[in-house]
Design a protein around this ligand. Structure first.
Ligand SMILES: *Cc1c(COP(=O)(O)O)cnc(C)c1O
Length: 455
């Protein structure tokens, strides 16, 4: 219920905060959930109501909301050296240590790390690196960037241009030179009678045709999430990255893995690219990199791009790019602690241990007559609502089915995310099986209630 008493948290939130990525009619009707603290995978609002956050905040709070090791790492670093930059040949010792660690856990035998404050900035930085390389290597025309429809790469002018979502047209984006090819979602886009392998080949041919049409020497790079996240949790179709990478190699186009969601364990391996068995030329990281306890992102360059960028920078004596807080010592200390928790503290092991239970729960819900498909990898998944399962016909969008499901869940103390016609789940890595059971029970009840209303 909406509380309109003057000075309620709800009205204070709305009076002075400009909301982003928020459905304003829902806020007008339901108000704002103002949160005060968390315990494990739960968060609490100002009225003391507890919610299981099945989205780990925004995919990032993988160690839950009160992990003492992360808070301790931050406190210790604040006490020791609370902030510094990474310009002019200076950087903190924590920055040095995190770079070593990131290269060590990367799929690369060697490489180099560049720090940002977010995933968007990391994608933006990578694009600038590719543009810089084109200029430095005598190919200033090599500037176009290819991504996929329905992908999500962020919100800066460049990363929003890479994002393949229709809402960016309200900003007059994408910028020129940002191209989009098909999404590897076989269930939705496979044609009548087309096998999954044939679908993958069709996408590879589409990519090659796009490259040839645009001119191979005008393409600077191809970016892809191993599993599309904010586009609705879409794992690649069978053999997708192998087929795509073969095309890109033919034209000397780098493959950049946007691992902002998949990186650091979400799919059951450190990197999503390992889960789908390919080695990219560079990795974009953020989100779980600090378990969400500090804003930070990174570009992790593989050996070849690292060397070429080093040469290009030496030729003009610097790479003229960086953020004030790039490589922030507190963020680096927190990230070192988060990576340690994930790799040595049992979090990644727990993702693997929980995955069968997660998959079984998803499969059970997908038995519902109004769930067309469940899909996922590791501890990320989506359930897609349909009006008609056989024909995959979606519900009319004005029914707002996924929003109604998510709102019903919120009423019952479960936070989950509506995305298009899907419900997305990506619980924290510290969960137990009984947490997952609670999540699935609450979601099942909400699905029954909403489908009974609309079907
Ligand atoms: C969240 C996300 C980004 C953007 O990260 P921000 O920190 O929100 O800027 C980029 N790529 C992917 C795959 C993401 O999920």
């Amino acid at each position: 219920m909406r509380d309109d008493a003057p000075r309620s948290w709800d009205s204070r939130a709305e009076a002075a905060t400009f909301y982003g990525f928020t459905d304003l009619p829902s806020v007008a009707q339901r108000g704002t959930v103002v949160l005060t603290h968390g315990e494990g995978p739960y968060v609490f609002d100002t009225a003391g109501k507890r919610y299981f956050d099945s989205n780990s905040g925004l995919w990032n709070m993988v160690a839950g909301f009160d992990h003492p090791k992360l808070a301790e790492a931050a406190k210790a670093q604040y006490d020791r050296f609370p902030g510094y930059h990474a310009f002019f040949g200076r950087m903190s010792d924590q920055t040095v240590m995190l770079s070593e660690r990131l290269v060590e856990v990367s799929p690369f035998a060697s490489g180099k790390v560049f720090y940002t404050n977010s995933g968007s900035e990391a994608n933006d930085t990578m694009v600038k690196m590719l543009w810089f390389l084109g200029g430095a290597e005598g190919q200033p025309q090599r500037r176009k960037i290819i991504t996929r429809w329905n992908s999500y790469h962020g919100v800066t002018a460049v990363s929003a241009s890479m994002t393949g979502k229709p809402y960016n047209s309200v900003f007059g984006l994408p910028l020129p030179g940002f191209l989009h090819v098909g999404s590897p979602h076989y269930w939705r886009f496979g044609q009548e009678g087309e096998t999954e392998e044939a679908f993958t080949q069709r996408l590879a041919h589409e990519l090659e045709a796009t490259i040839i049409k645009e001119g191979p020497d005008t393409i600077a790079g191809f970016f892809a999430e191993p599993v599309i996240g904010a586009g609705g949790v879409i794992p690649p179709s069978k053999g997708y990255f192998q087929a795509i990478q073969a095309v890109l190699k033919r034209y000397g186009i780098p493959l950049i893995a946007d691992e902002v969601i998949c990186g650091f364990g979400r799919t059951g391996n450190v990197w999503g690219s390992q889960t789908f068995d390919f080695v990219p030329d560079a990795i974009i990281a953020s989100k779980a990199m600090t378990a969400g306890y500090f804003p930070m992102g990174a570009v992790v360059l593989g050996p070849e791009l690292a060397q070429r960028l080093q040469n290009a920078s030496e030729a003009i004596e610097e790479f003229p790019h960086g953020f004030t807080a790039s490589g922030h010592p507190v963020g680096c200390a927190v990230s070192l602690a988060a990576i340690d928790l994930i790799l040595n503290g049992g979090l990644l092991d727990n993702v693997r241990a929980l995955t069968p239970r997660f998959e079984a729960g998803m499969a059970e819900l997908a038995g519902h007559a109004n769930i067309g498909e469940w899909r996922g990898a590791g501890l990320m998944g989506a359930l897609e609502a349909v009006q008609d399962k056989a024909t995959k016909t979606p519900f009319a969008s004005n029914l707002s089915v996924s929003e109604r499901i998510a709102n019903t869940c919120t009423d019952h103390g479960l936070i989950c995310r509506p995305l298009g016609q899907s419900i997305v789940l990506c619980p924290p890595f510290i969960c137990t099986e009984s947490h997952l059971d609670e999540m699935f029970e609450k979601l099942a009840a909400a699905l029954r209630q909403v489908f009974a209303e609309v079907a």
